[in-house]
Design a protein around this ligand. Structure first.
Ligand SMILES: NC(=O)C1=CN([C@@H]2O[C@H](COP(=O)(O)OP(=O)(O)OC[C@H]3O[C@@H](n4cnc5c(N)ncnc54)[C@H](OP(=O)(O)O)[C@@H]3O)[C@@H](O)[C@H]2O)[C@@H](O)CC1
Ligand SMILES: Nc1ncnc2c1ncn2[C@@H]1O[C@H](COP(=O)(O)OP(=O)(O)O)[C@@H](O)[C@H]1O
Ligand SMILES: [K+]
Length: 508
């Protein structure tokens, strides 16, 4: 069931595959496959459990009815709670008619408490990808009841009320521990509220894997980034190597009061394996902090001096923006960087560099005209400013926002936040599967920028670096949480050492 690579499909592609399969297969075959896959999934994980099925008026409810019949046959104690339905679609109507007598309950589940919650599974078959309006009552009440019981909740196809394209959740949407999704995985299960509502996501392809492959192109098909998608992170180093083999990364960052942002990025690059790291602080020489006492390996300069000597210093990649400021000095340095850095030196542009790109059209034009690769790393508010939208607009469709930015700047874009979107200049998108809310703390973005810069300096191409860097950053935070360091109180400084350990261990 764990297909690799894990494709993510938006609804138009899923519906197309569904229509083609319906036309080619005998009636009800797809729903039988969906219910059969769910029954097998339950038999493996929850043998002998009582099962409470919450079923809606459409085909998602039909999946639930058919599953109820199979579970009953297999000896589970099963109860079906059905939302009132007018005219059901044909597959669901057939499944309703085939339900064994006595399974359907009168009344509503939320008047009861489950007698043995730890031995009970609640199945959410209320709404799937067809929910087009707010989650109605009593579905919201039933969802709240399921959450109160403390039983495992398995969502069929999607947690009801979660938009599988965008990850937006309707008020009262089901919170599942597991989601078994049909035909292909879906982006909304992995970004934004999907990270809270879907739990662990498994895919039942309903024997349509080759159809999924045919319809997985742009704009509706993307990929989920997991450890197996980042082999470059774990490639062993050749013994016959030297510091020059791993690049010279230069970091333009850290205006007075923001030196920490520069150091976080630079230290992350150090732990990320860059050969040499130069930091150009956004202040005039002589520097207030001539050396990082914790990491004297870092070479600290002033920004102007670093730009003046970049060629002699052999700079092979750049990070710019972390705490850089937006004053005239910052504008000049960013302008010089975009105009002077050779195409062979890839760029990571973060934070204040993105503010400047969003406000100064000349800089934006210079970037779009560059032939060398760049990775932009906006958080949703920065992306909103760059696109002239509100943060809510960006969050309402994170994939489209990332695609728009990538096209506009002809760059790779990492739209950060729960389930970061990585998008290439030609619109190819993926969603990162790692990370947790421990990362919601100051400085973690600076660490990401430094890690991305280090991977670029070590020769990964921009797309590979963007996907692998974002995955590693999140995976390091996941590792820290697994060891009890967070999510509460996880600090940005802890991420890079954890990422280093993870890489050298060969991953999770
Ligand atoms: N077709 C196939 O090949 C396969 C489909 N499969 C399964 O079907 C699922 C999609 O089924 P679906 O399209 O019937 O939509 P679903 O998610 O059940 O909900 C729509 C229903 O709810 C209704 N409704 C909507 N909003 C409402 C509201 N606010 N308040 C009240 N009612 C509301 C809506 O009515 P309408 O809006 O049309 O009036 C319609 O009746 C998919 O996720 C997967 O689980 C699998 O078996 C594999 C094969
Ligand atoms: N809830 C979350 N789940 C997963 N990742 C998160 C979450 N919140 C923040 N992050 C990640 O943490 C980083 C925060 O970056 P940013 O907002 O730029 O922080 P800062 O500017 O303080 O450095 C991003 O990589 C983002 O994807
Ligand atoms: K559902």
């Amino acid at each position: 069931m764990d297909l690799h690579p894990r494709r993510l499909l938006r609804t138009p592609a899923i519906r197309l595959i569904e229509r083609e399969a319906q036309a080619a297969l005998p009636p009800h075959a797809l729903m039988r496959r969906a219910a059969g896959a769910a029954a097998a999934f339950i038999a493996e994980r929850w043998p002998g459990h009582r099962v409470e099925l919450l079923c809606g008026p459409g085909n998602n409810g039909g999946d639930g009815f058919m599953l109820a019949a199979l579970l009953h046959q297999a000896g589970h104690r099963v109860r079906v709670w059905a939302l009132p339905a007018g005219k059901r679609p044909p597959d669901a109507e057939q499944a309703w008619r085939e339900l064994p007598a006595g399974l359907v309950q009168a009344g509503e589940p939320d008047t009861l408490d489950l007698p043995d919650p730890s031995r009970t599974l609640v199945v959410d078959a209320l709404f799937g990808i067809g929910l087009s309006r707010p989650l109605p009552e009593p579905a919201q009440r039933w969802a709240a009841w399921a959450a109160r019981q403390g039983s495992s909740v398995l969502a069929l196809d999607t947690p009801s009320g979660l938009d599988t394209d965008t990850g937006s959740a309707q008020p009262g949407a089901v919170v599942a521990h597991h989601t078994l999704t049909f035909i292909a995985d879906k982006p909304g299960l992995h970004t934004r509220a999907g990270r809270d509502h879907a739990g662990t996501v498994s895919v039942a392809d309903l024997e349509l894997e080759s159809d999924v492959g045919r319809h997985a192109g742009l704009p509706h098909g993307g990929l989920l980034v997991r450890q197996a998608d980042c082999p470059a992170l774990f490639r062993p180093r050749r013994q016959d190597s030297h510091k020059g083999s791993f690049g010279t990364l230069a970091i333009l960052a850290g205006a007075p009061g923001m030196t920490g942002a520069a150091l976080l990025a630079a230290r992350a690059a150090l732990y990320g394996g860059a050969g040499k790291i130069l930091v150009g602080l956004a202040e005039a020489a002589p520097l207030a902090l001539p050396c990082d006492p914790q990491h004297p390996e870092l070479m600290l300069r002033d920004a102007e001096g670093l730009l003046d000597h970049a060629a002699q210093l052999g700079v092979s990649g750049w990070v710019a923006g972390c705490g850089l400021g937006i004053d005239t000095g910052a504008q000049r340095w960013l302008g010089r960087l975009l105009a002077e850095a050779p195409a062979s030196a890839p760029l990571v542009l973060d934070a204040d560099a993105l503010v400047l790109l969003g406000t100064l059209p000349d800089l934006a034009r210079t970037l779009a005209a560059r032939s060398g690769p760049a990775i932009l790393t906006p958080h949703p508010r920065e992306a909103a400013r760059m696109l002239g939208l509100s943060t809510d607009d960006v969050q309402a469709d994170r994939i489209e926002a990332a695609r728009e930015l990538a096209a506009r700047y002809r760059a790779w874009v990492v739209l950060k936040g729960a389930g970061s979107i990585v998008c290439g200049p030609h619109g190819a998108w993926s969603i990162n599967d790692s990370g947790n809310a421990g990362l919601a703390t100051a400085g973690t973005g600076d660490v990401l920028a430094g890690m991305l810069g280090a991977l670029l300096a070590q020769g990964l191409d921009a797309g590979e670096a963007a996907r692998a860097g974002v995955w590693l950053h999140g995976a390091a935070a996941d590792d820290l949480v697994a060891r009890g360091t967070g999510p509460i109180g996880l600090t940005a400084s802890e991420i890079a050492p954890a990422a280093r350990d993870l890489r050298n261990r060969g991953g999770h």
